[in-house]
Design a protein around this ligand. Structure first.
Ligand SMILES: Cc1cc2nc3c(=O)[nH]c(=O)nc-3n(C[C@H](O)[C@H](O)[C@H](O)COP(=O)(O)OP(=O)(O)OC[C@H]3O[C@@H](n4cnc5c(N)ncnc54)[C@H](O)[C@@H]3O)c2cc1C
Length: 427
């Protein structure tokens, strides 16, 4: 390999930004390789918080990390742009043009060369081709969509309030995203009452539709049951075994023939890789479009291409699309890519260590599971400790990226901000 190797990381999410930061501190700082991160946006957000941004219960302005600033502090380069194809023969990633808000082209389409390419472009919800969903539903897969949802939510709430009606929202998908979003929207309504509407508060009718037999299927049954009871306690209607057959401008059609009317329709079910993976030079993909990798995270077709996080799939040992998996895989590559770059040493197998899972329903309740003999089958904790644990995952992520001092300062800044700013997004 050339003396100054080019390592290109596509996607600065949970996995990609952690890897770029760590490799920058090792290979980049010593000038042994050039580390370049590419992302279609200019800043990083902690994706597990998107439902809070969508509900407006957390302000996203304070919770973004600028890629440029992170790159300048940690010895890697950042280029904005959406990767639209990979030319494997010539070892180049093709970036689409970067446009300004008026649509004019700020940066033309271009290519970036690599010696090693790491794909970390995440995932999005999967509508499985259900008719009407793409046209009539909102998604919260990224910050732009979460902000778009929030704007619609605030305006529809205002309209419903003016007409003295309740606002009906239906969410498809009883996994962590849909379940947490339902609770967070309810919390938003609780908070908005503090600022206005005191005499006649707006009303919300929330319906959570899940095709399976229970919500939160990745958790033990006790957690699913407790979460269901908690949601019903705050008046969220939870419908399990509810298979959606279509969506239109007024609601969802179910396979049993019933219709769920909803002014706002959210699709938060299924996981698939972004469709661009089909333009990655014929890399093997699974049915969800995820790049098939060996247990050492290398593409089964190309020894210079690695994939990690939600966009990757290990056939022998499929792992859930979670932040915990993405983070551990990034740490693994950060540890072993330097030897691969220096002398071609193979990256060893990445062994996933399940550290448990946590889900938080707004300020209402939370549950955590600790690993036991089986996945998510060990001990359990709930209530405040689970809610704090959920928050600590984000704080840990901040500290990892910022370093201890800046990470703690950033937590302090958030707490001060919470004393000054409204506790919900109002504009
Ligand atoms: C609402 C919500 C709640 C969640 N809650 C939890 C939770 O409580 N616990 C948990 O473990 N997991 C949770 N998850 C899942 C978790 O967020 C993901 O598993 C994790 O973010 C995956 O990390 P990643 O690095 O693979 O992808 P991401 O973090 O999604 O990052 C992908 C990055 O790639 C960029 N990108 C995409 N396409 C391109 C392209 N073509 N060119 C350039 N850049 C591109 C994106 O801009 C993004 O920055 C939640 C997800 C959602 C949506």
């Amino acid at each position: 390999m050339a003396t100054k190797s080019e390592i290109l990381i596509v996607g600065g999410g949970v996995a990609g930004l952690a890897l770029a930061t760590r490799l920058g501190e090792t290979l980049g700082k010593r000038g042994e390789a050039r580390i370049t991160l590419i992302d279609k946006s200019f800043s990083h957000v902690w994706k597990p918080m998107l439902h809070c941004f969508a509900a407006g219960t957390v302000q996203n302005e304070n919770n973004r990390i600028s890629f440029m600033s992170q790159a300048s502090r940690h010895y890697f380069d950042f280029w904005p742009g959406e990767v639209i194809a990979v030319d494997r023969q010539n070892r180049k990633a093709v970036l689409g043009p970067v446009r300004s808000s008026d649509g004019s082209v700020a940066l033309e389409e271009r290519t970036v060369e690599y010696d090693a390419l790491v794909l970390a472009i995440g995932s999005c919800a999967n509508d499985f081709g259900t008719p009407g969903v793409a046209e009539h539903c909102l998604f919260i897969d990224n910050l732009v969509e979460a902000n778009g949802f929030n704007e619609k939510f605030r305006l529809e709430l205002l309209k419903a309030f003016a007409a003295n009606k309740e606002l009906d929202i239906a969410i498809v998908g009883g996994g962590a995203t849909g379940t947490q979003l339902a609770a967070e929207l309810h919390k938003a309504l609780d908070l908005v009452r503090l600022y206005s509407f005191e005499r006649n508060p707006p009303r919300l009718k929330l319906t959570l539709l899940e095709a399976g037999a229970r919500i939160l299927p990745a958790f033990p049954e006790q957690v699913s049951e407790a979460a269901r009871r908690q949601l019903e306690h705050i008046n969220v209607e939870v419908r399990t075994s509810a298979q959606v057959s279509g969506a239109d401008a007024g609601g969802f059609m179910l396979k049993d023939g019933s219709y769920v009317p909803a002014t706002l329709r959210v699709w938060a079910a299924g996981v698939k890789a972004p469709s661009v993976t089909t333009r990655f030079g014929g890399l093997s993909l699974n049915r969800s479009g995820q790049v098939i990798v060996t247990p050492n995270l290398r593409s089964v077709d190309d020894e210079r291409i690695f994939a990690m996080g939600d966009c990757s799939f290990i056939s022998d040992e499929p792992l859930p699309p979670t932040a915990q998996v993405a983070r551990q895989q990034a740490h693994h590559l950060a540890r072993h890519l330097p030897a691969f770059i220096r002398n071609g040493t193979d990256v060893p197998q990445c062994v996933f260590r399940n550290k448990g899972a946590i889900v938080a329903l707004g300020d209402y309740n939370g549950w955590g599971t600790l690993p036991g003999g089986t996945v998510f089958g060990g001990g359990m904790f709930k209530g405040l400790s689970a809610r704090v644990g959920h928050l600590m995952l984000y704080r840990q992520h901040q500290v990892e990226l910022y370093g201890l001092y800046r990470g703690l300062l950033s937590c302090l800044a958030d707490w001060i901000d919470a004393l000054v700013q409204p506790s919900i997004r109002l504009d």
